[in-house]
Design a protein around this ligand. Structure first.
Ligand SMILES: *Cc1c(COP(=O)(O)O)cnc(C)c1O
Length: 416
């Protein structure tokens, strides 16, 4: 199909390996919103100058990148659009006219949801958690600014409601979404569709079951070019991506199917979810809850056991959610300098930095000669929020000079 109509849903058929274990298949179909399949790159490390790249060369590790930062344009790019293909199909089937969702001030999820909602004719209502909630009060809403994701939220006409981190923590994101929905129904006669933080529920997580199927079709699984997929690394924020990747990779490698397990010669990749906000225990439980929502049933293990068997959650939040250390930002800069691929400071950059400098470095020999896939989940707009912190590194790595075209001979100018 070459011409796509975003609001036209089509029937979703899950991969055969998912069906017996995950019985709650999305019944309202899927939309074509993401640019799929996203590219799978193998990086050529030879010209790289950074220390992390030297480490990978020394250990003879192959680094692959799954470019889910390329699922869309600036508006819809990143991992959330895969979940929204299912969530918005459901919203349309329920004849809703708006979506309500919630996230941090620089939420990639809210930005992608808002843009995708408009693509299918729905209005976007966002609750953004911000320390500035009390200082930026109506009617001067323009003072809320246009940095990074916020510009795109506002370009597509989202109505933004703010709350403080304290309010968010005390009431919880689900209660806030529900309350806004009630308000919109009662006071503005809207029919809103609630989407949880990150789009991470049983329905949205099918987006990453689908993504695993896509990866399996790209990865050389058989014949002379067969490669083992040894480690898969990605950032974990609200947990839906981790749920889809953990369940998907395990099931695609035969965790519930003896014949499939033999076909894949028993090699199941190690799944590394690097948490950027909550604790590993929180994520194990959350991912198991999502599995239950997806109708998980397995002959020999509970969802909780299954998740712990097939995923390692790492604590990678560092200074805290969306707070970056100079080392993390330097890593993001050096990665871009070496590869031409820009990671984000809050998720992908933090996760890969933590994985390379903590997890891998502490157990180097275990990774020698392995194939490591990093799943890039997008988020580059978040870098605008870190401009001030990036300047000192950029001054070194990307200097700017004034051309002395009239040969004035002034200090610091370059004569060509
Ligand atoms: C939301 C997000 C993640 C985390 O995905 P979850 O499904 O919320 O765990 C990772 N990277 C980026 C860039 C994101 O925006």
């Amino acid at each position: 199909m070459s011409i796509q109509v975003p609001s036209q849903s089509f029937k979703y058929t899950p991969p055969s390996w998912a069906q017996p274990v995950l019985s709650k298949v999305p019944s309202n179909g899927r939309l074509h919103l993401a640019n799929l399949p996203t590219p799978l790159y193998k990086l050529d490390l030879t010209s790289h100058t950074s220390s992390w790249s030297a480490l990978l060369r020394e250990l003879n590790i192959n680094l692959f990148v799954k470019r889910d930062d390329m699922t869309g344009g600036v508006e819809t790019g990143g991992n959330k659009i895969r979940k929204l293909e299912f969530l918005l199909a459901d919203a349309l089937a329920q004849k809703c006219d708006a979506v309500v969702t919630i996230g941090g001030e620089q939420s990639n999820h809210c930005r992608a949801t808002a843009a995708a909602a408009r693509m299918v004719g729905l209005q976007a209502r966002l609750i953004l958690r911000t320390k500035r909630a009390n200082s930026v009060m109506p009617p001067e809403s323009s003072e809320f600014g246009t940095t990074g994701n916020i510009l795109f939220d506002r370009m597509v006409g989202s109505r933004i409601y703010t709350c403080t981190p304290g309010e968010y923590g005390r009431l919880g994101s689900n209660a806030l979404v529900q309350r806004l929905c009630t308000y919109l129904k009662g006071n503005l006669e809207e029919k809103p569709y609630p989407i949880p933080v990150g789009g991470s529920n049983g329905l949205g997580s099918w987006g990453y079951i689908n993504a695993v199927e896509e990866l399996m079709n790209q990865w050389p699984n058989s014949g002379d070019e067969k490669l083992s997929l040894d480690h898969v690394v990605f950032a974990c924020g609200s947990g839906g991506t981790a749920a889809g990747i953990c369940l998907g990779l395990a099931l695609a490698h035969g965790a519930a199917d003896e014949a499939l397990r033999e076909k894949r010669s028993g090699e199941t990749p190690s799944v590394h979810a690097v948490g950027v906000c909550d604790s590993p225990d929180y994520f194990y439980d959350f991912v198991a809850d999502i599995a239950d929502e997806m109708g998980f049933s397995h002959s020999s293990s509970s969802s909780k056991d299954f998740v712990r068997q097939h995923m390692v959650a790492h604590q990678g939040k560092g200074l805290g959610y969306a707070a970056s250390t100079p080392e993390e930002l330097e890593f993001v800069t050096s990665f871009a300098l070496d590869t031409g691929i820009v990671l984000d400071p809050v998720y992908s950059g933090k996760a890969l930095f933590h994985f390379l400098t903590e997890v891998l470095l502490k157990d180097k020999e275990a990774y020698r000669g392995k194939n490591l896939l990093f799943w890039h989940t997008g988020g580059a707009l978040g870098l605008y929020d870190k401009e001030a912190d990036l300047l000192s590194t950029l001054a070194k790595t990307a200097p700017v000079a004034r051309l002395d075209v009239y040969e004035k001979g002034q200090d610091g100018m370059v004569t060509i």
